[in-house]
Design a protein. Structure first.
Length: 44
C-alpha cells in the first residue's frame, strides 16, 4: 500500500470534473486526509 495525502480533489473533464471516487473507505475522506491507496482504476 502507498500512503497518499489528499491535497486537492481534481476531476478530468465533463460531468465528473472535480470528483474522486473512493471505495471501501473507513469513514469520510476529505481534502488533507491521509489515505492508503491499494489500487486505482479508470472506469468508463
Amino acid at each position: 500500500m502507498v500512503a497518499a495525502k489528499v491535497v486537492e480533489v481534481i476531476g478530468i473533464e465533463g460531468s465528473e470534473e472535480g470528483k474522486i471516487l473512493v471505495r471501501n473507505a473507513r469513514g469520510p475522506i476529505r481534502e488533507d486526509d491521509v489515505v492508503h491507496i491499494k489500487e486505482t482504476e479508470m472506469e468508463g
